[in-house]
Write a protein that binds this ligand. Sequence first.
Ligand SMILES: Cc1cc2nc3c(=O)[nH]c(=O)nc-3n(C[C@H](O)[C@H](O)[C@H](O)COP(=O)(O)OP(=O)(O)OC[C@H]3O[C@@H](n4cnc5c(N)ncnc54)[C@H](O)[C@@H]3O)c2cc1C
Length: 408
Amino acid sequence: MDFDTDILVVGGGLIGSAMAIALSSIGFDVTVIDRQSDQLSKSHVFDGRAYALSHASIRMLKALGIWNYIEENAEPILDIKVSDGRAGEGASDWFLHFDHQELEEGPMGHLIEDRHIREALKANIKKSKQIEYIYNTEVISKSDDDTGVSLNLSDGRILRSRLLIGCDGRNSNIAKWSNISHIGWDYNQSALVCAISHEKPHYGIAHQFFTPSGPLAILPLPGNKSSIVWTETKDKAKDINIMRDEDYLSALSPVIGNFLGPISLVGDRFSYPLGLSIAESFISSCTVLVGDSAHGIHPLAGQGLNLGLKDIAALTEVLALAKRRGENFSSKDVLERYQKWRRFDTSAMAVVTDSINKLFSNDNTVLRSIRDIGLGGVNATPQLRRSFMRHAAGLSGDLPKLLQGQII
Ligand SMILES: Cc1cc2nc3c(=O)[nH]c(=O)nc-3n(C[C@H](O)[C@H](O)[C@H](O)COP(=O)(O)OP(=O)(O)OC[C@H]3O[C@@H](n4cnc5c(N)ncnc54)[C@H](O)[C@@H]3O)c2cc1C
């Protein structure tokens, strides 16, 4: 049977697009399919969404030639301050301070607006002869055999390839059609996401403030602007979400405190229900899951996209080696190597974020004392502090070559 392309990627969001660019860098022809219209050039103005990308992720974007489109719009995260407290009462006396000067590699990461990442991915895809990106088309079913995969598209086309990569996000249909189930639970929390401008400078400091209803992240953007990820219980978030901008700001201001001076909203406001979800397998016949389709974690550590980029780096390296050795790159043996590399690491990160959320998102006096002592203890122990910083920067563990900044 003829193949239309080497690899089909379902989902052309941030992960599917980066996956296609990485695959084209090792010589594969790729077709990306996304049901949305022009996913990559949605917003020419800042819509309020931004991501913290780790030092290692940025090394990968540099290696793939994507970073030069983003660099001038990225804000380095110099320090991270973690504290515990109640809204309106300020932080407790115990806190954790990560200073980037303790890390020889440089800043732990950068904050980047969603639109700048999308624009950079689009520019790279546009100039590639090996990537075809099909917009506005839904994949409606999948079938497979030992040699490859067929996809039925909403426009009536059938596309066939040796390997299918599901980058179709949470509630992945590719996983369902491949009989892969997910384990996980709902956090009964929602993340309220927006950006603010403020009078005083942020000095490149990211703040993670744990309140009883959930963590609040204040992340530095270029200029006197910050990205806000404000976690509240689902019911409270629902009430806040329907508020007018002025009331929303009045609710947000006491949670932030006054260290940034008066604040105002920039762009839109978003709300995301939060849950944990890990695929029971990352692979099935001629099929691989990557990014949120494989794992969705709590955003408190800002690691979801970083984990997806790590999946891409690992899978690209596995496929490149298989190709060079003349192996069938969609064989079970080859795909198993990707699963071994990524599934444990991802589950470990899910457990860590889950435990931190459970330990901090409550007002229990005993747990409060334990976590305050924990924060103070880590802060007073340079080796532990450095180890946490290396994790946040994505520099620990068995790093694929792309995350080391090397071309495969
Ligand atoms: C509040 C919040 C804050 C976050 N902050 C950070 C952060 O600071 N740093 C970080 O690293 N991560 C962060 N994350 C995580 C990050 O947003 C996600 O991990 C990432 O966006 C997932 O991208 P994805 O491409 O895998 O999935 P998605 O963005 O969900 O993309 C899936 C794509 O698949 C397409 N699709 C689905 N089904 C079909 C189909 N049948 N046919 C065709 N197309 C289909 C969809 O249209 C979509 O474009 C955060 C998450 C949240 C909720």
